[in-house]
Design a protein around this ligand. Structure first.
Ligand code: SAM
Length: 282
């Protein structure tokens, strides 16, 4: 297979494994071997990945505390025609990891920023959770304090999309207790722990049962985890307030039967359910 050629004047945003070191693409390895510089969240951590693949290359730190200071230096290197790879400790950079400020800065200067995709814990967890994936929301880390966590969950109480969070397993019992309290014990959740590693576990259950399961097995409170919460189930007969407003407007202009048919068409709801409401309005 031909080695990927690295373009000059380009920042490559390179995904690295989230556990199993084999989960990295050949293209990512080629890029890491050939760029002029690798910007790492932690140079020692990335050093282990590089040495596993016998890659010897220059590294520089790029983390939350120096990202803004490094912006101009990186822009200058790219302008001089140099190529840079950006990696985080695990998974896809910028996803709850450093890199956003630098990418925005470089793109703002019309410099070339190219993704080298690969592992991401949120997407890996979602791909095996068995919860709807047609629409989902990524919420990053849940707050570590219970009061803030409960208010975050309360904000999301009516969310119909699947919700994906990062959280620490050592807090899992408390987090699940908060889910039970705020969203109800019947809400379905999935815990995906230690993905791609020796103790990989993916467990799905109601919040109530998950609480009991976690309490019985202290091993489930170790390592790293993704928490997924099922969105609130939509009642197929529920009529939105927008549909009722449309119906009211139309009822002022035409007979109920026609008003219901038009409002049903606009809002994608059942005519019969609207007819009941139309009778009440009249
Ligand atoms: N950028 C990374 C990505 O693409 O997934 C995420 C970085 S964030 C700082 C680290 C969090 O990701 C962990 O606290 C955990 O919630 C999740 N995570 C990372 N690796 C994981 C794994 N192997 N199994 C489960 N969750 C993991």
């Amino acid at each position: 297979m031909n080695q990927t050629a690295v373009n000059p004047a380009t920042l490559y945003v390179v995904a690295t494994p989230i556990g199993n070191l084999q989960d990295i693409s050949q293209r990512a390895l080629d890029v890491l071997a050939q760029v002029d510089l690798i910007a790492c969240e932690d140079t020692r951590h990335t050093g282990r990945l590089l040495s596993h693949y016998s890659i010897k290359n220059k590294t520089i730190s790029l983390h939350d505390h120096n990202e803004r200071q490094r912006q101009d230096y990186f822009a200058q290197l790219l302008t001089e025609g140099k190529s840079i790879a950006l990696v985080s400790d695990a998974g896809t950079p910028l996803i709850s990891d450093p890199g956003f400020h630098i990418v925005r800065h470089l793109r703002g200067q019309n410099l070339n920023v190219v993704p080298v995709p690969g592992a991401c814990a949120a997407i890996a967890a979602l791909s095996v959770a068995g919860l709807p994936t047609d629409r989902f929301t990524f919420e990053g880390f849940l707050p570590s304090k219970s009061t803030a966590r409960k208010s975050k969950l309360a904000e999301l109480a009516d969310e119909t999309r699947t919700m994906v969070f990062y959280d620490a397993p050592r807090r899992a019992i408390d987090t699940v207790a908060d889910i039970e309290e705020v969203l109800g014990g019947e809400r379905q959740i999935v815990i995906a722990r230690e993905l791609t590693k020796t103790f990989e576990t993916v467990h799905a259950d109601s919040a109530k049962n998950m609480h009991a399961w976690l309490s019985e097995d202290p091993n489930q409170l170790k390592g790293e985890m993704v928490l997924i919460i099922e969105g609130v189930l939509q009642d197929p007969n529920a009529i939105s307030s927008e549909a009722i407003s449309t119906l009211k407007l139309l009822l002022g202009e035409m007979k109920p039967k026609k008003a219901c048919a038009i409002a049903a068409e606009i809002h994608g709801v059942k005519k019969n359910a609207l007819y009941q409401i139309a009778l009440e309005i009249k």
